[in-house]
Structure formats: structure tokens, C-alpha cells
Design a protein around this ligand. Structure first.
Ligand SMILES: [Zn+2]
Length: 396
């Protein structure tokens, strides 16, 4: 078994996802989202940053007491009042963050020494009040900060009681295959922390500014990272983070890591999309409407014979079915399949030709033909069918 066998998933749709402009889930929707994440089997649900609003604090407390199987977590700045509020919510996991980059420290008119004291103080405070609460420390914008500062602060955080150190690629800066890649970063940090006498769990938080969040997350897994942050639809600040469904599908299909019930995904995505006001893009991998839909004539014919001809992911993995859609690309075999599916038994070649011509001309208008419209087309074409002039009168 490779390192993937041990990897755990932290979903932060309710925390990072709400940092997407305009997204604010009402409490009953947070409850519904958390219940589905729990049914899916994610390991940690980051429920919010309680200090931001009383509304968020109430929701985090509600979820922490909801009896979920997943650990419910909260976000907190490195301030005593923030961690106290998180503890008051009764969460089992608290993530604290503070910058370590020289430029940022100057901006806060502080030094690395004071930053370390501040981080240690809040971690000790959490562990004194609630020793069983898992504490994660994130050096903000980790990968663009001085590596020495990251290591020094992370070692001090672990010495104070932190269980997890998170590597944040806050600006989606890392690129696989270049000198700044996540694989090397995880190995280097793990090594430096071990040399410092500590071996905390490593989490990664990959932003998607370059569209590489998923690739960087897989790089982190290959290097042995313990926890990967994801969200539904990759919702988050700027270009967002790792898309939960895509990562879980790849882990299950390609790494054999499948402790999760991925059939919950379609319902979870519909729920979050509706209440975030963010449509699932039609071509979104795994969860998009077109992810398992075949249209082009040659594809459809092959897909009908064997879905894997033009599909490398099994839609059943996520509780979906492959489907055929009709448009200007469709051919006769797709049409026959769609007609049979809709309960129309048609064998007359002339009628089939006429239906296909109407489907294609409708498709040329830039849309697809759904089952209900196909029924209207069938009736229309039948009605227009002219009786062949050469037909002989059988009674003569
Ligand atoms: Zn983030």
C-alpha cells in the first residue's frame, strides 16, 4: 500500500466555500450539507470561523453537537478570543493560522519571535482547555514564505501541542514539474521537522489560481501528506481550491482508495450549487451534466456497445448512468436508442430519416433534444408522412 492508503479528507465547503463572494448558507442548509458530507464519509468537516459572525458561531456549535461521525472543525486567528470562541462551539479540531513571511511580519509590525510566541500561546490555550482537540497550525501562504521561518514556527507550534502542520498554497503558486512543486515541498518539510525532533501530520491546502490545485494535491499525496483540503465545486476564495468530487473519484478509480460513498456526490453537489448560487458547469468532471453524456454519432455508437470505449471513469462509481443526448451530431444508432428509451418502437426507415433530420436541424440551433421533445418530433414527423404515391390498392 502506498501513502494514499492513509490519506484523509478535510472538506471546507462551509468555511472556505463561504469565502467565495456572495456565498452564505442558511443554518438548515449547512446542516443538510454536513449530513451529506458525513454520509459521503469525509474525515473532517471544517464548519466555519466562529469569530466572523454570531451566525457562523451558532452554525459551528450546531454542527459540532450534531453527532456526526466526521470530526467537526473550526478556523481561528491566533487570538485568544478566537480560539475561546471555537472551543465554546465544542469542536474536535481547530485550525489556527499566522503569517511567517518577513514582509507580512513587517506589515503586522511584528517579528518572527513574537509571531512564534503568539502561535504557541493560542495552541497551549486550546490544549489546556481541551487536550483532545486536534490543533492544526498553518503558516499563512506557506509556500511563498521563507522556508527557515516556516520550519522554526512549525517546530515551535508542535512543541506547544499542534498535531497538524498545514502547507498552504494560498495563491495557487506551485506547479508540478518545476522547482516550486508540492511533492518536494512536502518531503522537504517532513524532513526538516523530523530533523527538529518532530513528526506531525502534514495537511495541504491547494488553491486553484493556475488550475493546478488537484495536480498539486496528488503531488502532496504521492509525497505522503496526511490530510487534503477540498470543497464542493472547489468553492473558495479567488479561483477556489481542490474539487472534492474529482479528487475522490481519482482516489477511488486510480488509487483504489475508496472508503467514501461517492454515490452521495450528485445530491451533495445539487444542494451546494443551488444554495451557493453557483451552477455546476456542464463539463465539470464527475458531477457536470455532460460528464457521462455522449452526443457525437461515432461516440454514441461505440458507447452503446461498451461505455468504456469513450469513458475511462465508470459513472456508477458516483451513482450516475451514462446517457445519450441528441443534437446535430447524432446518428441513427443514438436515435434508435433514445426512441427505445422513450418507448417509441419505430422501424420504418423513412420515418426514422425524417425524425433524425428534425433532430439535427433542432440541434443546429445550438441545443439538445430531450426525451419529451423527441416525443413531439415523432408525432410531427408521423403526421407529415405522405402516403407513397406508388402504393397499390390491395382490394383491386
Ligand atoms: Zn484557502
Amino acid at each position: 500500500m502506498g501513502p494514499v492508503a492513509m490519506v484523509r479528507i478535510l472538506d471546507t465547503t462551509l468555511r472556505e466555500g463561504e469565502q467565495c463572494p456572495g456565498v452564505c448558507f442558511p443554518p438548515h442548509i449547512k446542516h443538510a450539507v454536513a449530513a451529506r458530507l458525513d454520509a459521503l464519509g469525509v474525515d473532517i468537516i471544517e464548519a466555519g470561523h466562529p469569530a466572523v459572525t454570531p451566525h457562523i458561531a451558532a452554525a459551528v456549535g450546531d454542527l459540532a453537537g450534531a453527532g456526526l461521525r466526521a470530526t467537526v472543525g473550526a478556523h481561528a486567528r491566533s487570538l485568544p478570543r478566537d480560539v475561546d470562541q471555537a472551543l465554546d462551539c465544542g469542536v474536535g479540531f481547530i485550525g489556527v493560522f499566522y503569517c511567517v513571511a518577513e514582509e507580512r511580519l513587517r506589515l503586522h509590525t511584528t517579528t518572527l519571535g513574537s509571531a512564534i510566541k503568539r502561535v504557541q500561546r493560542v495552541i497551549r490555550r486550546i490544549k489546556e482547555r481541551s487536550p483532545q482537540t486536534v490543533v492544526r497550525y498553518t503558516p499563512e501562504d506557506t509556500v511563498r514564505s521563507s522556508f527557515a521561518n516556516v520550519v522554526t514556527t512549525a517546530l515551535a507550534a508542535v512543541a506547544a501541542g499542534a498535531d497538524v502542520i498545514s502547507i498552504a498554497d494560498t495563491t495557487g503558486h506551485l506547479v508540478p514539474g518545476t522547482s516550486r512543486n508540492m511533492y518536494n515541498y512536502v518531503l522537504r518539510l517532513r524532513d526538516a521537522l523530523r530533523q527538529g525532533g518532530h513528526n506531525p501530520q502534514l495537511a495541504v491546502h491547494c488553491h486553484n489560481d493556475r488550475g493546478l490545485a488537484l495536480a498539486n494535491a496528488l503531488d502532496a499525496i504521492r509525497a505522503g501528506a496526511d490530510i487534503i483540503d477540498c470543497s464542493v465545486l472547489g468553492l473558495g476564495e479567488l479561483a477556489g481550491i481542490v474539487d472534492l468530487a474529482t479528487l475522490l473519484a481519482v482516489l477511488a478509480a486510480d488509487f483504489g482508495h475508496d472508503p467514501y460513498d461517492l454515490t452521495v456526490l450528485p445530491e451533495l453537489y445539487a444542494l451546494v450549487s443551488a444554495h451557493a448560487g453557483v451552477p455546476v458547469p456542464v463539463h465539470q468532471p464527475v458531477t457536470g451534466a455532460n460528464a457521462f453524456r455522449h452526443c457525437a454519432g461515432v461516440h454514441t455508437q461505440a458507447a452503446l456497445a461498451n461505455p468504456l470505449h469513450y469513458q475511462s471513469l465508470d459513472p456508477q462509481l458516483v451513482g450516475r448512468r451514462p446517457n445519450i443526448c441528441l443534437d446535430h451530431m447524432s446518428g441513427l444508432s443514438a436515435l434508435r436508442h433514445a426512441l427505445a428509451d422513450a418507448g417509441h418502437e419505430i422501424d420504418e426507415p423513412a420515418l426514422l430519416d425524417s425524425i433524425l433530420a428534425t433532430v439535427k436541424s433542432t440541434g443546429q440551433a445550438g441545443r439538445t433534444v430531450a426525451a419529451a421533445e423527441l416525443g413531439y418530433i415523432v408525432h410531427y414527423c408521423r403526421a407529415r408522412q405522405t402516403v407513397p404515391a406508388t402504393r397499390e390498392c390491395e382490394s383491386c
